[in-house]
Structures are given as C-alpha cells and as structure tokens.
Design a protein around this ligand. Structure first.
Ligand SMILES: [Zn+2]
Ligand SMILES: [Zn+2]
Length: 644
C-alpha cells in the first residue's frame, strides 16, 4: 500500500504506508534526516518517528522552525525529569512545557529541597543521559491502564491530568528509564540535545493557585550545539547588565511607590524628557502622515464597553467599575471605543476618508500582581495609538503607509532585526472564533500579504491566530543584544465599525461601514522605553538623552566660565548641566560616564583663555577642542537628525 505525501514545495511523492516523516527525510537526504526534530502533518505537529498511514501534507521541522524548537525544548524537559528522578527517587511531576526560550518542569519533591549544587549535578546527569541516544517512544494507552499505572505509582498529579482526558487521547512517552503521560510530540532521540544549562529554581503553586501546595520549578535551556548555548549565556549576562529595572533606577528614569500601587510607574523628570521626545517624534511623523490629534477621557460608562465587546469578554483585564449617580464607569483598557465615538460625532462622507485619529492614550489594565514586571507588564500604560477609518479602496495604501512608519522608526532606533507575524483566520471557525465575513477576510488578508511582500518586510504567516475582528499583525523586534520583544500589533478591523454603527456616505450616496486599522508603532511608553533601556544599555542617543551635555570645570576657578557656557547652551535649547562640585576632574568624568551623558565639556585654563571647550564623547573619549559655536552647531544637527 502506498500513501501520497505532499511536500511544502507542492511536490507529491509516494511512500509505503507506515513510513515515518524521518523515513521520508532520509529518502530526500541523510543530512536533512539528521536535522529533523519533528514534522507538521496536515498542520499538526507529530513525532518524526510516528508512522503515516494516510495521504498527508508534510513539512519537516528542524531547529529553524519554532515548532521544531519547542519540541526540542519540551523533550529536554523530559530528559531533565529523568535526571531528577535518578537523583530524587519518588519525585512526582506536574507539567513541563516548552517556553519561548527553553523549558521548565514543575515537580513535588516531597520533604526534599533542591539546591543550586543539585542543579549542577542534574545538568551533568542530563548530559550523560543525552549521550546514551535513547529513543523517545510513543505509546497509546487505554484510560484504565493509565489510571492503574499512576495509581500504583501513587502519583496524584498525573491522576489529576488524566481525569480531564478520555480514551483515545492518552499517550505515554518513554525515553531511557523515564515514562511520562504526555501528548507529545518529541524529538527522535536524546542525542540531539548537545548543550544544556539549568538556569534557576523557583517555587510555583500547583495550578498557579496560592491555596495549593507549592511545587518546585526548574528552568532550563538546551541547544543542538555548544556554540548556541555559549551565545545565549553571553546574551543573558549582557541582558542582566542592561536590565531596564536596574538602569531605570541608576539613571533616575522611573520608580514605583507602594502608596501609589503596584504596576503603576512614576516617571521621574529624566523619564519625562524621554517621553516628551518620543511624543514629539510621533507627533511630527503623524502630522506628516495626515493624522489628526484628539484627546479623550480615561474613563467611560459601562455601556460603551458593552458595545465594544470589552465587557464581558475582557472584564478580567479591566479595573473594577466605580459607581456614580447609579451608573457604572470603567477605566479604559483600550482607546478604540473613544475614537470610534469621535468618528460618530458627525456625519461623514467619503470626502472625509481616510480619517486618521491619533492620541497618546492612557489605558489601565488589571494585570495580576504575579505578572507585573518592571515597565514590561504594568497596570497603567501610555499608548502610541491611532485609528484609521478608511474605505476598502483606500485600505492597501493606508496599510502600506502604516508599515512605512514602522520602518522609519526602526531606522531611527537602530532596530535591524524585526519580523511581522501575520495571523490569519480559519475558514472552519467563521461565525465562532472569527466574525462571519468570509470575503472580507480573504480580501484583507490578501491585501496585507501583498503590501508586506511589496515593502520587502520579513514576515511569517500563522493560521488560526487572527483577532476576532480581522487579521492581526504582531511586530516582533530584537534588541541590540538579540533579545526578542513584541512591540505592538497592527490590526485590521471590520467588526468594530459595525458594532458602533459607524457609517459614511459613499460616492453613490449610500451608507457604508469603514474599515478600521488599529496601529501603535511605538507601542506603549512603558514597554518601549523598557526596550530602549536594554537596547541602548542606557546610552541614549543625544536627541533622547535626558541630559545631553555635562560641563565639567577642572577647578572652581573656571566656574564662571562654565556657567556662561551653561547659559549659552540653554539658550540654544540644549539640555545641559554643570558639575560644580569641588571634586577632582577624574571623578567628575567618571560620574558623567556613569550617568551616560553623551557629551562632556571639560574646561580649564586653556579653554577659558581661548573661549573654547574640550569635548569628550561618552564611551569614546576625548575628541579635541571646539569653539562654543562650533559645538552648538554640531550637536544641534545631531539632535535634529535624531542620529544614533
Ligand atoms: Zn512530554
Ligand atoms: Zn484600537
């Protein structure tokens, strides 16, 4: 018996029934077979070793595929569990998923505790076990057998997992001496795992509920070669130095206060300057792009969010309501409904379109306290928001212009690596997960795809991850040290217009609902400045630096001269300070370097007599002397061009 296998390039090949994806890889090339970690079979990720019994669409997954990586990491979690079981007999395991980077496993060690030294031993054991080249073996299990297995073992955790499963859904995976209840899939064998690092131990409540027992969670990461692990560890070390919480404190950017509340950052004057500069950039760019600025309140009546659909679906992420004169008011979690009301505030015709409404909007979201993280996860955020209301004919141009804006910003901030993730709908789920507009879905998805290809923007397509109301484009960017951030989404929306009964009269004098683009290229101030702190390691380019110039007199004798320069620079709109402490010049320089001030002007006898300054550039060193005018001309040019 033969089966037909369709490969990603469209080629159809015949194989014996029961051949595995790995067999198919081998028939293509041995080199490829050595790299195959898993396979996508009709869109589902399978073990590469699992036999195929029917015709299928097949994509072989390697380390270069996200699903390949996550299969690799989840398999590493099993390997870790085997090593832990060897060192801690009787340990019971809960779940061990793959993460964006790496994996963890939650476990109950009974009375025992795990130390950092244990981690080193477990890591060693994992390396040993990996070299044994043990196969990951899949076995389907009737529920009764599975129940018996874990009842005999006295494993209440796996019994709990089993309680939610039915016959036909239960599989066991074994490798070496370890067997686990698991949906899979897994990599072919342990020998693919060549480099391992267990990064930390943490406590984690069972099922995330603090009323439950606290389990031990071990985090780790693994790679198919040592080089990638070394690079990753170096990146982690660098990320620690660039931690936005640490830099935010050292550079007096933001702070938190218990009396204000968790997740509610206070922006200090230095942070305020960065915010001002970012908003100035956004305003200039948006003005040039034909946007109009609006200002809207932070709260609104319950009914607005019922219309928008935030209530009840998004209620868990909103602050609880306040009651006023018998009406409930909510702090807004998004700005969209307010902008829709501005669109609806008067009659609109095709001549008003596209209408682009922009606002740095303040939103409030209820994030659980355990989820809060510096500026990255907060409860109050300021969003570089705008909504574009346009006709179907205008959509492609509008979407293109939005993308160009993203690219312009990436260039300014030196973001070299980025990817747009285009999330599409699933036709089978129209009317349920997705608004039932089959034609609009296909039309807008095609337009978005076309624009992305035309603009040469790297992108990937993901099936069945669109938003309810239209295709979604998530923008992923990488910081200078290669860490990934999700910046913002850029969304097409053909549902909200209808929910809010937004209309314009078209050329034929008939009412039509506009398409809406939601976009926020600079994300929120919170997340973007958090990103920039890491990206620049706190060394902001001059245009963004809270303090652009420090005047450092060599001794008190030159204070008057220093103060006169101070005034001249201030008059030229340059952010400048003078270090008038009676400290040695070496210390003044060190301190200014620490604060990452882009320019230091050192002044002594010679400079005073000749009316010049000795210019020192942060992180570079002395760059010679300049006249004050010359210095001002140069720095003003640099600021105006927003060069980095
Ligand atoms: Zn598993
Ligand atoms: Zn929106």
């Amino acid at each position: 018996m033969k089966i037909k296998i369709t490969l990603p390039d469209g080629a159809i090949k015949e194989y014996d029934k029961g051949a595995s994806s790995l067999d198919i890889a081998k028939s293509i090339s041995e080199g490829l077979a050595r790299k195959v970690l898993a396979a996508s079979v009709n869109g589902q990720v399978w073990d590469a070793t699992r036999p195929l019994h029917e015709d299928a669409k097949l994509k072989l997954l390697t380390w270069d595929d996200a699903e390949g990586k996550s299969t690799f990491w989840h398999s590493s979690a099993h390997l870790m569990a085997e090593a832990v079981e060897a060192a801690f007999p009787g340990v019971k395991f809960w779940v061990g998923p793959a993460l964006d980077k790496g994996f963890y496993y939650d476990m109950d060690l009974g009375e025992k505790k795990m130390s950092e030294e244990d981690l080193v031993l477990i890591e060693k054991k994992m390396n040993e076990l990996a070299k044994q080249n043990n196969l990951f073996q899949r076995k389907e299990m009737p529920k009764s057998d599975a129940l018996k297995y874990f009842t005999d073992k006295g494993d209440e955790y796996k019994l709990d997992l089993l309680s939610g499963l039915n016959d036909g859904e239960i599989t066991f995976y074994s490798q070496g001496n370890f067997t686990d209840l698991c949906r899979g899939p897994h990599i072919p064998s342990t020998s693919f795992i060549k480099a391992i690092k267990l990064t930390s131990i943490a406590g984690a409540y069972w099922k995330g509920d603090e009323k439950n027992k606290q389990l031990t969670r071990i985090y780790g990461v693994a790679f198919p070669n040592q080089k990638e692990l070394d690079e990753y560890l170096l990146m982690l070390e660098e990320a620690k130095k660039r931690d936005h919480r640490k830099l935010g404190k050292e550079l007096s950017i933001f702070t938190f206060d218990d009396d204000i509340g968790q997740g509610l950052p206070l922006w200090l004057p230095n942070g305020g300057i960065i915010i001002e500069e970012l908003e100035r950039l956004a305003k200039e760019t948006e003005q040039a792009g034909g946007y109009k600025r609006v200002v809207t309140p932070h709260i609104a009546k319950e009914n607005l969010y019922v219309t928008s659909g935030h209530l009840p679906y998004y209620q868990d992420s909103m602050f609880p309501p306040m009651e006023l004169d018998g009406t409930k008011y909510y702090l807004r979690a998004m700005n969209c409904p307010h902008h829709h009301k501005i669109f609806a505030s008067g009659p609109r015709s095709y001549k008003d379109m596209p209408l682009r409404l922009a606002e740095y909007g303040t939103c409030y979201r209820y994030e659980q306290s355990g989820e809060l993280f510096g500026l990255m996860r907060v409860r109050c955020l300021h969003m570089n928001d705008a909504h574009i209301y346009c006709t179907r004919a205008q959509f492609a141009d509008e979407f293109r212009a939005v993308n160009e804006m993203y690219l312009k910003y990436f260039k300014i901030f030196g973001i070299d690596k980025y990817v747009m993730r285009l999330s599409l709908h699933d036709p089978a789920k129209l009317g349920k997960k997705y608004i039932d507009e089959p034609e609009l879905w296909l039309e807008t998805e095609a337009m978005v795809r076309e624009v992305l290809i035309e603009s040469n923007i790297p992108f990937i397509e993901v099936a069945d991850e669109g938003a309810f109301y239209g295709p979604k484009i998530d923008v992923q960017i990488w910081s200078a040290i290669g860490r990934e951030f999700t910046l913002a989404t850029n969304q097409v929306d053909f549902a909200q217009g209808r929910r809010f009964k937004l209309e314009y009269t078209n050329k034929e004098n008939a009412a039509e609902t506009p398409l809406i683009i939601h976009r926020a290229p600079l994300g929120t101030h919170e997340r973007f400045i958090g990103f920039l702190l890491e990206h620049y390691a706190g060394k902001f380019p001059t245009w963004l630096a809270p303090n652009q110039v420090s005047i450092l007199p060599i001794s008190d004798k030159f204070l008057d001269y220093g103060n006169s320069i101070l005034q001249t620079l201030k008059n030229a709109d340059i952010r400048v300070e003078i270090d008038d402490r009676s400290e040695k010049i070496g210390k003044k320089i060190r301190d200014a370097e620490m604060l990452k001030v882009p320019y230091m002007l050192i002044i002594g006898e010679k400079e005073m007599n000749e009316g010049i300054v000795a210019v020192r550039r942060q992180g570079i060193g002395d760059t010679g002397t300049q006249s004050i005018d010359e210095f001002i001309t140069n720095i003003k040019k640099e600021i105006k061009e927003r060069s980095s």
